[in-house]
Write a protein that binds this ligand. Structure first.
Ligand SMILES: [Zn+2]
Length: 165
C-alpha cells in the first residue's frame, strides 16, 4: 500500500510566501510526491523533499535547468503499478498529451497537469489523473487543488483534494 501526493502547476517564485499546499501535502503523510511541472523554481523541490521522496517532470513554464534536471517524460513504479508522468504540453492540449505520451508503454496511470483543471477518469483501464493547480485553478470549480493516489498492489485510485487559498 502506497499513498502518493500529486501536485502540479505550482508556479512558485522564491521570495513569495510558500504555497499552502505544502502543509496540506505534509498532513497526508505520503510515501511519495509527484510534481507534474510548471514548478517555475526548483527550490520548491527542496521543500517537498523534506516531506517525502519527490519525482517530477518539467513543464512549459520551466527553464532549461528544470528541463535538464527533470525531463519531460518519466515512468514511476509504485508497487505493481507503472505511472507515466508528463506535464501536458507536448501534443496540443493536456488531454491529448495525456493520451498520446505513453502509447505503447505499459502504464496503468498517466499523471499530468498544464490545464489547471482537475481530472480523475479511467479509460480502457488507464487512470488519467490531473491534480489541478495549487496556484491558479481553472475550469468549473476554480478552487486550488492537489491529488492523492492510493496504490494497493496492482490497483490504483485517485482523489482530488480542494482547498481554499
Ligand atoms: Zn503548463
Amino acid at each position: 500500500m502506497m499513498k502518493i501526493a500529486v501536485v502540479s502547476d505550482t508556479h512558485w517564485q522564491p521570495g513569495t510566501p510558500l504555497p499552502k499546499v505544502l502543509q496540506l501535502i505534509e498532513q497526508q503523510q505520503p510515501d511519495l510526491i509527484l510534481h507534474t511541472g510548471d514548478w517555475t523554481s526548483l527550490q520548491l523541490w527542496g521543500y517537498l523533499a523534506r516531506i517525502a521522496r519527490v519525482q517530477g517532470v518539467a513543464g512549459n513554464c520551466d527553464g532549461a535547468e528544470v528541463v535538464s534536471e527533470m525531463g519531460l517524460l518519466r515512468l514511476v513504479q509504485a508497487d505493481d503499478v507503472t505511472l507515466g508522468l508528463t506535464h501536458g504540453h507536448l501534443f496540443g492540449t493536456a488531454e491529448l498529451t495525456a493520451r498520446r505520451a505513453f502509447v505503447g508503454q505499459p502504464v496503468q496511470a498517466v499523471i499530468y497537469g498544464h490545464s489547471h483543471v482537475p481530472m480523475n477518469v479511467v479509460e480502457d483501464g488507464v487512470l488519467y489523473f490531473n491534480p489541478g493547480s495549487a496556484f491558479r485553478p481553472l475550469g468549473e470549480i476554480k478552487r486550488p487543488s492537489f491529488g492523492v493516489l492510493t496504490v494497493n498492489g496492482a490497483e490504483i485510485s485517485g482523489e482530488i483534494i480542494y482547498f481554499d487559498k
